[in-house]
Design a protein around this ligand. Structure first.
Ligand SMILES: N[C@@H](CCC(=O)N[C@@H](CS)C(=O)NCC(=O)O)C(=O)O
Length: 213
């Protein structure tokens, strides 16, 4: 049985597990009190989420975890064959979702929600926003070409990027265009997304609160 530690970007992992129909359990992690969570710190001494345990495998980094699960427990249509023409674009957006989009949105949201007034618009916050918005141009161009990021079929790249866009919208307060919003409506209408939302109660509550603001 695979154990997923923590929601946050762990939502990507739970969504992927639901898409693949694999058995798992979610072990919640409260980041606010993580220093007292000895069991979790034994899994990830760096104290961030998500992490997974799968037998004797322990891993962190949501995109690496997704790649591991698809490779070890696949094959799955969520990852195109490496020789398929869609593979390079798939691989690019799978990683851009975290390295280019979620990371930028995370620090924009952090600055806007948690920083002191005087620090909200500092250099780093500005850079993070610029980073997110420039990378978003790649998503926009791709969505003008195809309904999903790797082409006609939904893949793990869409899980990666959908998570990042939701983070940008709800946490970062970043306005998204019509094409991105229509795309998110498409990806989040999937049954596996719904089931993942059922599991991730913290995320459900957070999205409901953010929508009511
Ligand atoms: N690149 C990592 C980012 C992990 C990350 O920053 N997670 C956040 C929550 S979604 C976290 O644990 N933040 C607290 C911390 O970094 O100490 C991934 O994709 O898993």
């Amino acid at each position: 049985m695979i154990t997923v530690f923590g929601e946050g970007r762990g939502f990507r992992v739970v969504w992927l597990l639901e898409e693949m129909g694999l058995a798992y359990r979610l072990r919640p992690v409260d980041l606010a009190g993580v220093e007292n969570d000895a069991e979790f710190l034994a899994v990830n001494p760096a104290g961030f989420i998500p992490a997974i345990q799968d037998g004797d495998v322990t891993m962190v980094e949501s995109i690496a975890i997704m790649e591991y699960l698809m490779t070890r427990h696949g094959p799955t249509s969520l990852a195109p064959d490496p020789h398929d023409p869609t593979f390079p674009t798939y691989q690019q957006f799978l990683h851009l979702g975290e390295a280019g989009l979620a990371m930028g949105a995370y620090f924009v949201g952090g600055a806007r929600n948690f920083a002191r007034e005087a620090e909200r618009n500092n250099w780093s916050a500005g850079q993070a926003l610029e980073m997110f918005e420039s990378r978003l141009r790649l998503v926009r161009r791709q969505l003008a070409r195809s309904p999903y990021l790797a082409g006609e079929a939904f893949t793990a790249a869409d899980i990666s990027v959908t998570y990042a866009l939701e983070l940008a919208r709800r946490f970062g307060g970043i306005a998204l265009g019509e094409a991105e919003q229509a795309y998110m409506a498409r990806t989040s209408a999937r049954d596996a997304y719904e089931r993942a939302m059922e599991t991730c109660k913290g995320r459900r509550a957070w999205l409901a609160a953010a929508a009511g603001q």
